[in-house]
Design a protein around this ligand. Structure first.
Ligand code: SAM
Length: 239
């Protein structure tokens, strides 16, 4: 059976402009142009209950520093997204989006998690800001994902990281599937070293085996190098 893959991603943010560069350039930009991915940005302020000021945050109950994102705009944004017409042939009628909240308190992102997410046809990312979201929003969240044990000012950069990691796994986004298969973390090995022209550069030669034209020897060399690199740089990956 053919595995389904994500073909629609909705991102809820108070800074949609931040996504312009990263999601319009390079492979993701091309994937969008080619219709492989339907990516939609939603400004949380458009769903504010405060028509005059378009505010989406308020002071925390109990006092203390910072502001908190209110639940109502997030609820309205999700309702709007769920009710919107779906593009892409692989999504089944009745499918619901899988909602991810970017949070430093979430599970730390791995390549395996990205693979699992990339097989869900429809994803929604919610970017927090300030002190974060009103906890009652979590009722509509399927998973919390962190990009590492540190705190950023907002969920926009983490959402871009997650979008990039997940969407490059969609068939057709990266042309040569082989290059993904050998990438670090696809298995419990890091990638092997890479070389390109010229073969002799400032007195340094490319390993002779790579110029031999013997595909079997090249494959064996790369596999052995991947093992060495992993042991040297990330021995914790080797079981
Ligand atoms: N008060 C929160 C805490 O300590 O858990 C941190 C809030 S942070 C300043 C604002 C927003 O940035 C979060 O709601 C989240 O969306 C995002 N964020 C910050 N660090 C993150 C991380 N490591 N991974 C994913 N999202 C993160």
């Amino acid at each position: 059976m053919k595995t389904r893959s994500v073909n629609r991603l909705d991102i809820i943010t108070i800074f949609p402009g931040m996504f312009e560069g990263p999601l319009t350039q390079s492979l993701l930009g091309k994937a969008r142009q080619r219709g492989l991915i339907d990516l939609r940005l939603h400004n949380l302020r458009d769903f504010s209950a405060d028509a005059k000021h378009r505010a989406v945050d308020d002071r925390p109950f109990g006092g203390g520093a910072g502001m908190v994102i209110q639940p109502e705009p997030v609820y309205r944004a999700l309702k709007h997204i769920r009710g919107s017409r779906v593009a892409g042939a692989t999504r089944q009628v009745g499918d619901k989006p899988y909602v991810v909240h970017l949070s430093p308190q979430g599970r730390a992102l791995t390549q395996a998690d990205a693979q699992t997410l990339s097989e869900r046809p429809w994803l929604v990312f919610i970017c927090g800001h300030y002190e974060g979201m009103d906890e009652r929003v979590m009722k509509w969240v399927d998973a919390e994902v962190s990009i590492g044990d540190y705190v950023l000012t907002g969920g926009e950069l983490p959402a871009m990281v997650l979008a990039d990691v997940v969407l490059r796994l969609v068939p057709g986004v990266v042309k040569d599937v082989e290059s993904i298969r050998n990438d670090s973390f696809q298995t419990n090995r890091l990638d092997h070293p890479h070389y390109t022209r010229p073969a002799l550069w400032r007195g340094k030669r490319v390993p002779a085996v790579l110029l031999s034209g013997d595909h079997e020897r090249v494959r064996a060399w790369r596999s052995q190098q991947a093992e060495c690199v992993t042991l040297k740089k990330r021995p914790d990956l080797v079981i």
